[in-house]
Ligand binder design. Structure first.
Ligand SMILES: [Fe+2]
Length: 213
């Protein structure tokens, strides 16, 4: 596991995220305080194992340290805050994400792939960030793609003081959402809480999703 010190050297700056988030109106913050927890979801079979782990597990999944190639797929920025039940920011939480690459393959020995697609050697597959003073986290990754049986999603796990929340983030209005067994079982409110909507940022598409413990 990397230390917080290492994480501060990660290429994706949380400072810019904090600036973005503090611009939110106070009214939104008061609504946050009344919000329900983020719905949990199964971890799935492809959580990172030590045998498949790259040395580089920072919050930039598009570039693996020491490699020339970059990940295939559409690059996106995923940002947000981790908040407690009172809507207060949670500093020092470890936020992990993992997802399949542009070929639909996970960085996991148990994923044998389909249609003999090769694993994208430029995609990190797993990464983490440590939340800052405003509870802010940030990742650079790729827009998730579907694989047989699932609508596109990003797996997310938050660990803080011995407790953890595992969930999955989805693409807004993706046509496969309505057929996805995990997405469909959620209420509309729960679906909204884990849906990524994008706006155009200076570095590409940006989605902001807060996580409520
Ligand atoms: Fe998955």
């Amino acid at each position: 596991m990397k230390s917080n010190r290492t994480c501060r050297r990660a290429r994706i700056s949380r400072r810019s995220v904090a600036k973005f988030l503090t611009a939110a109106p106070l009214l939104a913050l008061s609504r946050t305080a009344r919000a329900a927890p983020t719905p949990s979801a199964v971890e799935g079979p492809f959580y990172l194992t030590s045998t498949m782990c790259y040395r580089d597990i920072d919050n930039d999944l598009v570039k693996i340290a020491g490699r020339v190639e970059k990940a295939g797929g559409e690059v996106i920025h995923l940002r947000g805050r981790v908040l407690d039940r009172d809507g207060q920011p949670v500093q020092g939480a470890r936020v992990e994400i993992w997802q399949c690459d542009v070929n639909g393959r996970y960085l996991h020995s148990g994923d044998s792939g389909y249609r003999r697609e090769r694993r994208d050697s430029g995609f990190q597959g797993f990464g983490f960030d440590i939340t800052g003073p405003q509870g802010d986290y940030a990742f650079r990754t790729i827009k998730p793609v579907p694989y047989p049986g699932r609508t596109p999603h990003i797996h997310v796990k938050v660990l803080h003081h011995g407790s953890e929340l595992t969930t999955q983030f989805y693409l807004a209005e993706h046509p496969l959402n309505r057929r996805d067994i995990l997405f469909r079982r959620m209420s509309k409110r729960e679906q909204d809480a884990v849906t990524m909507r994008f706006e155009r940022g200076s570095e590409g598409p940006v989605s902001t999703v807060d996580i409520r413990l």
